[in-house]
Design a protein around this ligand. Structure first.
Ligand SMILES: Cc1cc2nc3c(=O)[nH]c(=O)nc-3n(C[C@H](O)[C@H](O)[C@H](O)COP(=O)(O)O)c2cc1C
Length: 315
């Protein structure tokens, strides 16, 4: 089984990815949060810093592109190839209103003819591997069989399916029935993504889909950065490793982000997930949320690691 770290905008940038790689070795491929090429033909400095090879040493990284203009995709993929990337990923999943209203992300799968034309152009123009990360429809799962006919026309390096529709956002259960049909109809290799957050869910999934050889995890990995090691070997990280990982992420952000407030914003977003592996974390989570400067924040985190137990040490 290959384990992919899902792209997560605002969270899985290069600081996070490098810290993760240092303390948790089980991820085969990291995907960058989406890059949005524009007609100005420049990447933002945030985007560029994220994909620069010197910021991704020793990591297997696939940059993800979000656009519905084939010319912009071709430009961005061509640039990324110059930086040494051999594969890029197209985002057909982002459900956010601002993206969808522009016909991008999961908005793009609501316009299948336009998508087909886009794919025709990019596959004709590019000499680089292209994968797709998609939802199963904009409004309804019934849309997926037609989308699959389109995907099947092109030699994707893989099709990553997050079996929800745009309107689900991240709610509701992934539609495994549609995924099962995709397994039969896809001419391209498939990767599954969605709600693989604990061993029980993973074991049920691999029992039900024994032919799948790659899975992508997002939120579950932010909650428990050691999730892939747990899936592989039942290896659950201890507090020492989690703390060292946390400290590495924090010092990375302190180095590149100016101002406590902005650093704390990033760290607090992480804690919204990480707190879930601690028993009875409410009081400590509140202290972290309320911290206004780095000193308060560090004290709150120190006392959390000292005082709280990890859920799996008790169960
Ligand atoms: C905060 C957040 C940011 C995300 N950013 C991206 C993104 O940049 N590109 C993308 O394809 N998916 C993005 N996703 C979706 C995830 O990659 C993944 O498909 C989703 O979380 C479902 O997988 P999970 O149940 O394992 O979390 C994002 C999800 C969240 C919650």
């Amino acid at each position: 089984m290959k384990y992919y770290f899902a792209p997560m905008e605002g969270i899985t940038g290069y600081i996070y990815r490098n810290a993760h790689r240092k303390y948790f070795k089980d991820i085969d491929v990291y995907f960058t949060p989406f890059i949005v090429p524009t007609q100005h033909r420049v990447f933002s400095s945030r985007e560029k810093n994220d994909f620069l090879p010197e910021h991704n040493q020793g990591l297997e990284v696939i940059p993800q592109i979000l656009t519905n203009k084939w010319e912009d995709f071709v430009w961005a993929a061509g640039e990324l190839k110059q930086y040494g990337y051999q594969e890029v990923n197209l985002n057909l999943g982002c459900p956010s209103a601002t993206v969808v209203s522009k016909g991008k992300g999961s908005g793009f799968i609501g316009e299948p003819d336009k998508l087909d034309h886009f794919l025709e152009e990019i596959f004709a123009a590019l000499d680089i591997k292209i994968s797709i990360k998609t939802r199963i429809g904009k409004d309804h799962p019934d849309e997926f069989s037609h989308l699959m006919e389109i995907f099947n026309k092109y030699p994707l390096s893989e099709l990553i399916i997050h079996p929800r529709v745009q309107k689900d956002f991240y709610r509701n259960e992934p539609n495994l029935l549609v995924f099962k049909e995709a397994l039969i109809s896809s001419k391209n290799p498939l990767c599954y993504n969605g709600n693989l957050s604990v061993t029980r869910e993973y074991e049920t999934f691999i029992r039900d889909f024994p032919s799948i050889d790659r899975v992508m995890m997002g939120r579950g990995l932010i909650v428990n950065p050691g999730l892939a090691g747990d899936f592989k070997r039942g290896d659950k990280p201890d507090k020492k490793r989690l703390k060292a990982f946390h400290d590495e992420v924090l010092s990375g952000y302190v180095e590149i982000i100016s101002g406590d407030r902005n650093v704390l914003f990033k760290m607090k977003e992480l804690w919204a997930y990480m707190i879930q592996i601690f028993l009875e974390g409410d009081k400590h989570a509140k202290k972290i949320r309320k911290s206004q400067n780095l000193l308060d924040y560090k004290n709150a985190v120190e006392s959390l690691f000292e005082e709280l137990e990890l859920k799996w040490n008790i169960l």
